[in-house]
Design a protein around this ligand. Structure first.
Ligand SMILES: NC(=O)C1=CN([C@@H]2O[C@H](COP(=O)(O)OP(=O)(O)OC[C@H]3O[C@@H](n4cnc5c(N)ncnc54)[C@H](O)[C@@H]3O)[C@@H](O)[C@H]2O)C=CC1
Ligand SMILES: O=C(O)CCC(=O)C(=O)O
Length: 541
């Protein structure tokens, strides 16, 4: 019998460690707290690695993965794992999505209650010998309106509890295409700004990504009622921290509770640590005995199931799953993934309908894989739910997202079109408000190379690969020079570029030598005439 070496690279609950040592076919390597270099070496001789949020599983660690086959996140958010690097190396990434849902929702709820009743400052005052009865008159939850941002597992669990306390609940989740949820008791919105004038308290339950980073910021506070209460137990950075401090000082925000921070731990002199109206906890959302037992055992179990060849549970990436297709069909599967990844950062209005149009009789047998691969590429950018080619159609159905496939027989000009329609009434938060759809067209030519020939009506001919930056800009003189010099000063080296115009705007697509940082993209975005930026990391073609 082979022995699987399972590395615990973060501090796991004892129950999970015991569970591994009890298995005849597993050996536990319990090594939390090592350096990046040490993990890069250690994983080569391990079959599985289990992490919480205390370690960053970087591309450097995964560069030479040796026999590593699976990484398990004992928890939900996989933003500390370089998924692209893991997928590229064929390493399956799994999480334990549901095991900590109730615990995390309870923490968010506890933060909300403590905030409304001044538990933090009142307790502090008592420990300092004070008896401030008048200073800490609080607010009642009953009758208040809670805005839940992200209506997945934790958001819905939070909402159930709020309804039981007599609160009104509204929710923003552009990936749920329904007018109401929970038997009509929660009104759903697909524009973030529409919930803001309605709510007294806002609570975040979204993954951190380009669409959610800084979603509550100086830009959005003007739409909120004065005296808003803010709860963030999702990810640091979803609420812009500098703008929050200003909103607290101006009275726009009455008080805020934060379990998560842009940089963890925040520095000792971080103003959030000592603000009298900010209640903070050190990322404790999932930290109960019950949840930690459950996530550590589930994470170990998910690793073993895969290593023993018994199936895949909780997959976050597709693990390079292959099925029997002709070489051209395989190239179209690969193209559909590249196309979806390029399109997904441009989807800021949510998804109500996806249409996949495949031209070419010879490709028909690959349609299901092409469709699934495209959907995975579109959804994985926006959802923390494990979504892969196996479950993607169920994920779409559960969210009310319609998927249409159209095939045409013309084998002379094979091609693939992916078109995404947002929910009715949803508006683009930045540009192209009039466009009803987001659309990308690609082809595989005789050289078997993938090509993109159109993005949102901008025509081009480009091989999508490596780190890429997409810019939408006003079509006026000097833009290429401006972008070139900005890239130069930001040390972003351009390998190739294409430009296409449509009406008064143009799209520039760049291949660059290395993936730009968020800060570099932000700098480019601040330049006069730049309307939108996005970056994606694709495999070499
Ligand atoms: N504080 C803590 O210790 C913990 C924090 N978390 C955080 O909570 C988040 C939510 O976890 P779950 O509910 O289990 O995930 P989930 O995947 O069930 O729910 C996330 C929801 O966010 C929605 N969403 C995605 N992009 C959005 C956008 N741009 N705007 C609005 N909604 C959007 C999705 O449609 C989905 O319904 C995780 O991503 C993680 O970051 C999770 C566990 C513990
Ligand atoms: O306690 C932890 O490991 C962090 C939990 C968390 O943030 C998550 O599961 O996403």
């Amino acid at each position: 019998m082979s022995t699987f070496r399972i590395l615990a690279a973060d501090k796991l609950a004892q129950e999970g460690l015991d569970y591994i040592t009890k298995q005849d076919d597993c050996e536990l390597v319990n090594k939390p707290g090592l350096t990046e270099e040490e993990y890069a070496e250690l994983i080569q001789d391990c079959d599985a690695m289990i992490v919480r949020s205390g370690i960053k599983v970087t591309a450097k660690i995964l560069e030479n993965p040796g026999k590593l086959k699976v990484i398990a996140r004992a928890g939900v958010g996989v933003d500390n794992i370089d998924l692209a690097a893991a997928t590229e190396k064929g390493i399956l990434v799994v999480n334990t999505a549901a095991a900590s849902t109730i615990t995390t929702a309870e923490h968010a709820f506890a933060l909300m209650m403590s905030l409304m009743r001044n538990i933090g400052p009142a307790y502090k005052g008592m420990t300092e010998g004070k008896w401030d009865r008048n200073k800490y008159t609080g607010r009642q939850l009953m009758g208040k309106t809670l805005g839940v941002v992200g209506f997945g597992r934790i958001g819905q669990t939070m909402a159930e509890r709020a309804l039981a306390f007599g609160m009104d609940v509204v929710a923003y989740d552009p990936f749920i295409n329904a007018e109401t949820m929970m038997d009509g008791r929660v009104k759903m919105f697909n524009n973030f700004e529409d919930i803001l004038p309605l709510i007294d308290i806002i609570s975040f339950h979204v993954p951190l990504n380009d669409a959610t980073r800084g979603i509550l910021s100086a830009k959005t506070y003007p739409k909120c009622k004065d005296g808003l209460y803010v709860v963030n137990a999702a990810r640091g950075g979803v609420v812009d921290e500098a703008d929050l401090l200003e909103a607290l000082d101006s009275g726009k925000v009455a008080a805020a509770a934060m379990d998560v921070f842009t940089s963890e731990p925040p520095t000792a002199d971080d103003p959030l640590r000592n603000h009298p109206r900010v209640l903070i906890t050190p990322h404790l959302g999932a930290s109960t005995k019950e949840a930690q037992q459950a996530v550590s055992v589930d994470a170990a179990d998910n690793c073993m199931t895969y290593l023993r060849g018994e199936g895949i549970v909780g997959a976050v990436n597709a693990g390079n799953l292959k099925i029997n297709l002709s070489p051209v069909q395989e190239k179209y599967v690969d193209l559909s993934n590249r196309m979806a990844k390029l399109l997904s950062p441009m989807i800021t209005r949510g998804i109500a309908e996806v249409t996949i149009e495949l031209a070419g009789k010879s490709l028909a047998a690959g349609l299901s894989m092409i469709e699934r691969t495209a959907l995975v590429g579109l959804f994985e950018h926006h959802l923390t739910d494990p979504v892969n080619i196996i479950n993607v159609n169920q994920v779409a159905e559960a969210r009310g997202i319609k998927v249409k496939t159209v095939t045409t027989d013309d084998d002379k000009a094979t091609g693939l079109t992916i078109e995404v329609t947002g929910p009715a009434g949803a508006v683009d938060d930045e540009t192209n408000a009039d466009d009803k759809t987001r659309r990308i067209v690609g082809r595989v030519y005789d050289d078997l190379k993938p090509r993109i020939v159109e993005i949102n009506g901008y025509h081009m001919d480009m091989i999508p690969e490596g780190p890429m930056i997409l810019l939408l800009n006003e079509d006026k003189p000097g833009m290429i020079g401006l972008v070139g010099s900005t890239f130069g000063s930001e040390n972003v080296n351009i390998a190739d570029m294409t430009i296409s115009r449509r009406g008064n705007t143009a799209m520039m697509v760049f291949k660059v030598d290395s993936e730009p940082t968020t800060a570099q993209l932000e700098t480019i975005k601040t330049k006069e005439g730049i309307l939108k930026t996005a970056s994606v990391q694709l495999a070499e073609a």
